[in-house]
Structures are given as C-alpha cells and as structure tokens.
Ligand binder design. Structure first.
Ligand SMILES: Cc1ncc(COP(=O)(O)O)c(C=O)c1O
Length: 383
C-alpha cells in the first residue's frame, strides 16, 4: 500500500475538529453556542443571489478565462479604486478559488523549494502549513502585546537574511489587530529595499471598528494583495477570492492556475459581480454594524468573567484571549468546555503552536443571542 507523502504531514487546522464535534452535538440534539466559526452567519447579499438566479437561466456556465471573467475583474479593480484610493486596473486582478487558492498560486509562482517566508505568530495557520507542504522555510515573527501583535521592521532586521517574502494580514486572524498606515508603509519600504515580496492579506478589509484599514497598494505596486468574497462579502462557500499581482508574476500565475484549476467557479464569478453593487454594499455594511454590537457584547461579557488579556480587537470578527489562568492546554480545554456547556471556541494552538496553549479565539460573527447564551454558559466554567 502506498504511504502518505512527507509533504502532506502538515499540522491539522484544529478548529475544523471543533466544528466537526459541534456538528455531531447538533445531530445528537445537544445545544451548541458557536464562537468557533470564522465566517459570517448571513447569506450572500440579495443582489448576488438574484444575479445567480438570472444567469442560471441565461448562461451556459462553462469554463471561463483562467484569470476570471472581465466584468468581475473590472468590478474588483473599481472596488479598490473607490475603497482604497489606489489606481488598480482589471489587468492586475486575478480571480481565484477563495483566497486560499490565491495563496497556493502565489506561493508556487513566486517561491522555489527552500525559499524563506516570514509570517506573524500568532497568525492564520494555513499560511504556515501550506508553505510547509510546498517546501518553503517558514520563519515566524514573534508578535505579542509589545508590538500590538503586528510584525515590525525591527523583527525583519533581526533575521539572518532578508526572506523571499513577508506575509501580513490586517485586520489579522486570530487577533483582529490592524496595521496602522505608517507601520504598513515601513514594512512595505523594507520589503522593497531588501528584494522581499510583500504579500498583504486584506481579506478582513471592510470589517473594522474605528481604526482605518489601509491597502498595501497605497505604498507601491510591487506587493501582492490578496482578498476574498468570504468575509466582508458574506460568501464563504462560494469559494471566490482574488489577487492584485505585479506584472512579472502575472503570466506565471496564469500558467499555474490554467493547469491546476482551469478557472475559478463560474457561477460564483457571475454572482460576485453583483457583490460590488451599491445595494449589496449597503446590506454588507449592515452586517458590519451588527458585528460592532456583538463585539461590544462579547468584550463586556468577557470582562465580567475576568477575561481581559486580549489582543486589540480592531477589526475582523475575533477576540483572541489569553486564558492562562484557566488552562495551558487549549485543545483539551476547548474540547472540555464544548462537551460540558456546548460553547465552541477555537484553540489558540492553531494560530501559535507555543503560546497558543493558553489562548483561545472567539468569533462574534454569529447572532447576538448566541453570544449572550455562550457567555452565560461560560460563566459556569470560568467562575
Ligand atoms: C486571514 C485569512 N486569510 C485567508 C483565509 C481563507 O479564506 P478563503 O479561502 O475563504 O478566502 C482566512 C479564512 O478564515 C483567513 O482568516
């Protein structure tokens, strides 16, 4: 029997185990108060659903251009021009199968085996795990309270040599922390000066609570910007993302995507054009207003429970909390809390294999009633 490859021996995304256990509880008729899922609890905007109903009757929905249909690439470019105030054209836009697909493509297009890529710790685990599967050498930058959980130029200066790439996310997962314009400009300048490719994950743009989010494109067009319809646009299952790609990497990305996926999902592409319409944006900004209320509810409730050591929740829909007074085994603790109360949370080791033993990530993307009920249940455990 053929054994698994070395490259497949990457870490599990532990929150997926929590989601599977939550589903099993629900099937058994047990209650679940989910603070685990990193996704909106709302469907795609009405305009998107209407557009899809239309094209189902009128389009063949076969393969599209590998880089995505032109009306969508144009809508995305216009969105960047309007929201970020940067001169993006449709040529720079590559539509992908989720931002997850974008990451795999850009990693393959820009790095060879052995290339060094710097990422923040804590950070989104799929960067580290996908890079490991592709044979890159991941260097984690230790980002804690001293730097508001964001990477800095000083951390890059301390590396033995400049990495092939730096990945930043703002707002970040799991912390929600936003990189200020000055800090992002400094990182971008450092990358340009050292021949390091800046990959800016802007998937949580549009979801922030007072601290402005700035696109890396503001500081030049050498960086790769990654985004998706999954978070702000409330379309996780549509598996549609995009990248802004500098000229020299466009053809390599096109060769890879044409061979690996042919094209991104066609129905989703047609629907997504409507996600950038004024009606959709109004609906989506309504979701962000609800996240803001949920965030307040969760922060206040956690404070009452004595959980106050948290990363600055500037954006996205997460609270990343230090619970070292409660556990130093976040996987075990999250499993126990789920079993005894029905409250589902993401264990911190997903995001930080070391300090994450005593942290958890709680999502407030769900309904306000879920958050209230989860807090009540947590009170029993924590007190
Ligand atoms: C920071 C970050 N980047 C990328 C992704 C991948 O999202 P998708 O593939 O749905 O676009 C996620 C999903 O949670 C995320 O949190």
């Amino acid at each position: 029997m053929r054994s698994e490859s070395d490259r497949s021996r990457i870490a599990m995304f532990h929150v997926m185990d929590v989601l599977a256990e939550s589903a099993a509880r629900r099937s058994a008729g047990l209650p679940v108060y989910s603070l685990a899922a990193g996704q909106p609890s709302t469907p795609a905007p009405a305009a998107v659903r209407a557009a899809v109903a239309d094209v189902l009757g009128s389009e063949i929905l076969g393969y599209t251009e590998s880089l995505g249909i032109m009306p969508l690439r144009e809508a995305i470019a216009a969105h960047h021009r309007e929201r970020d105030g940067v001169p993006v054209t449709a040529d720079e836009v590559v539509v992908t199968t989720g931002s997850s697909g974008a990451f795999t493509l850009i990693f393959l297009a820009a790095f060879d085996v052995g290339a060094t890529v710097a990422v923040a710790r804590p950070g989104y685990p799929a960067y580290r795990n996908t890079l490991a599967a592709l044979g890159a050498r991941v260097v984690e930058l230790d980002c804690g309270p001293a730097t508001r959980f964001v990477p800095t130029v000083e951390m890059l200066d301390e590396l033995d040599e400049p990495p092939a790439a730096l990945i930043v996310a703002s707002p970040a997962n799991p912390t929600g922390t936003v990189l200020d314009a000055g800090d992002l400009a400094a990182l971008s300048g450092w990358c340009d000066a050292h021949g390091t490719l800046l990959i800016s994950d802007e998937i949580y743009h549009g979801i922030s609570y007072g601290r402005p989010t700035v696109s890396a494109r503001r500081f030049g067009d050498r960086s790769v910007v990654v985004n998706s319809t999954s978070k702000y646009f409330s379309m996780t299952g549509w598996r549609l993302g995009w990248m802004l790609v500098p000229p020299e990497l466009r053809r390599p990305v096109e060769r890879l995507t044409a061979n690996m996926t042919i094209c991104p999902p066609t129905l989703s592409q047609y629907g997504a054009v409507a996600a950038f319409s004024a009606d959709a944006i109004t609906e989506l900004d309504g979701h962000v207003a609800r996240y803001a209320l949920n965030r307040r509810l969760l922060l206040d409730g956690l404070a009452e429970l004595g959980i106050t050591d948290i990363a600055p929740p500037d954006g996205a829909f997460y609270v990343y909390a230090n619970v070292e007074h409660l556990t130093d085994d976040s996987i075990g603790w999250c499993a126990e809390v789920l079993a005894s109360t029905g409250v589902a949370m993401a264990p911190g080791v997903d995001f930080d294999t070391d300090a994450g033993r005593h942290t958890v990530r709680m999502s407030f993307a769900g309904g306000s009633d879920t958050i209230g009920a989860a807090l009540e249940q947590l009170a029993a455990v924590v007190r």
